[in-house]
Ligand binder design. Structure first.
Ligand SMILES: NC(=O)c1ccc[n+]([C@@H]2O[C@H](COP(=O)([O-])OP(=O)(O)OC[C@H]3O[C@@H](n4cnc5c(N)ncnc54)[C@H](O)[C@@H]3O)[C@@H](O)[C@H]2O)c1
Length: 389
């Protein structure tokens, strides 16, 4: 029986993945093997000695003290891509809202509460509607910076809407590259992309390379009147530079999920309260993915989508599987294999991966290892956490 402590309101669909015959699940579970959570901040939370893994239902993980958990050998998972469709659909809306007088038109009509005569209202609407004239996105160029889970979906969607798509991502993953339509034109620099695009959409993480990526210099390369969508992170854009570009007309619209006080009240902005991933489906997808990854780790020792451990997975070959993490230094694995050989244990298959200072191993053996053997392996120099799964 595995014990899972839950934090936050997680989707029932995700929690339903845990079979009650094999899991004890709930917010008050003692000595948990794992946590599953959304945004609960773990920095001040005691870390139980029993804890093996944390599954975060969502992409970001700055609510988890990663260094501390890594040092303790606790595997932390996230759910990249599970909310990508939700963001993609909001980008579709953002492109259209940025191009047509939809928000302004709705606000205008709603304000006409003094009209009580249909004919008079219709005449007034016909007279005023030219104020809300817009343009179409069909045939325009969308520049996408960051072609990961979200960026690649946005690219394919924009092609279907009749747009030309140029993309920039110097470190695109193999999975994202497979998803991406061959019609997306790749450019070698952000500046080249900015010079071509009528619309620019940002889909990069906030990190030391992307903070302030869209600054005064970058914005100066834009086509006059271009529109910028930021559904990535606040820090990726220098908001003062955006305001200057809006004031000068270089930028005609800024559409973002990350408003700041200086942008409030401007007619050339569309500001949303960080609702990119706020759909029932995205919340379910994240919870299901977090639960499935956690179960695969607990039952099989496989690690998929960890943010602090290497990705590693092996099909089960026998009923007996030893997994352990270790310091990523020479001879640890050799020592463990020697111990197994000394005990006449035959290894059927094994896999070893490392990431930074940590390494992780899965070893399938022919027969059931006894307690003494496991203790010996667990005490070998460099071995951190050992499990028989
Ligand atoms: N608005 C929201 O509610 C919301 C929801 C989900 C994600 N997000 C944001 O969207 C970002 C992207 O999400 P994702 O799931 O597509 O992540 P992802 O990791 O799948 O993709 C990010 C891509 O950015 C690329 N990249 C990194 N640095 C780059 C750079 N300097 N220039 C160009 N490309 C670069 C990476 O190679 C990767 O392909 C997240 O990091 C998050 O900040 C926002």
């Amino acid at each position: 029986m595995y014990r899972i402590r839950t934090y936050n309101a997680l989707s029932e669909k995700g929690l339903g993945r845990f079979d009650s015959d094999r899991f004890l699940l709930g917010p008050d579970v003692e000595d948990p093997h794992a946590f599953i959570l959304r945004s609960k901040k773990l920095h001040d939370e005691p870390v139980p000695g029993s804890l093996l893994a944390v599954a975060r239902a969502g992409a970001g993980y700055n609510n988890i003290p990663l260094d501390d958990y890594s040092t303790r050998g606790i595997v932390v998972f996230n759910t990249p891509g599970a909310n990508a469709n939700a963001v993609k659909e909001l980008i579709a809306a953002g492109l259209v809202l940025a191009s047509r007088g939809i928000v302004e038109g709705i606000n205008f009509v709603q304000s006409l509460t003094d009209f009580d005569d249909q004919a008079e209202l219709s005449r007034h609407l016909e007279k005023e509607k030219k104020r809300f004239r817009g343009s179409e996105i069909n045939g325009k160029t969308l520049g996408i910076i960051g072609l990961g889970s979200i960026g690649s979906m946005v690219a394919n969607m924009a092609l279907e809407l009749g747009m030309r798509v140029v993309g920039f991502d110097p470190v695109i993953s193999v999975e994202a590259a497979w998803q991406l339509s061959s019609q997306v034109e790749k450019v070698d620099s952000i500046h080249a992309l900015l010079a071509e695009a009528d619309y620019v959409s940002l889909h990069v993480p906030a990190n030391e390379h992307t903070v302030g990526l869209i600054n005064e210099e970058a914005l100066s390369k834009l086509k006059p009147g271009a529109k910028l969508l930021n559904f990535a992170r606040e820090q990726v854009v220098d908001s003062n530079a955006v305001i200057a570009a809006l004031d000068s007309g270089r930028l005609s619209r800024y559409i973002t999920d990350f408003p700041c006080p200086e942008l409030l009240g401007r007619e050339d902005t569309l500001l949303l309260p960080h609702i990119g991933a706020s759909t029932q489906e995205a919340e379910e997808n994240c919870a299901v993915m977090a639960a499935d990854q956690l179960m695969d780790f607990l039952f099989n020792g496989n690690i998929v989508n960890s943010v602090n451990f290497p990705g590693i997975r092996m099909k089960r070959n026998s009923g007996y599987r030893i997994t352990f993490s270790n310091e990523n230094v020479p001879r640890v694995l050799g020592t463990v294999l020697s111990i197994l050989a000394d005990h006449d244990f035959n290894v059927i298959d094994m896999v070893n991966r490392s990431r930074g200072e940590v390494a992780y191993n899965i070893i399938d053996v022919e027969s059931e290892p006894g307690e003494n053997l496991l203790v010996e392996i667990g005490q070998a120099e460099g071995v951190k956490r050992l499990r028989l799964v």
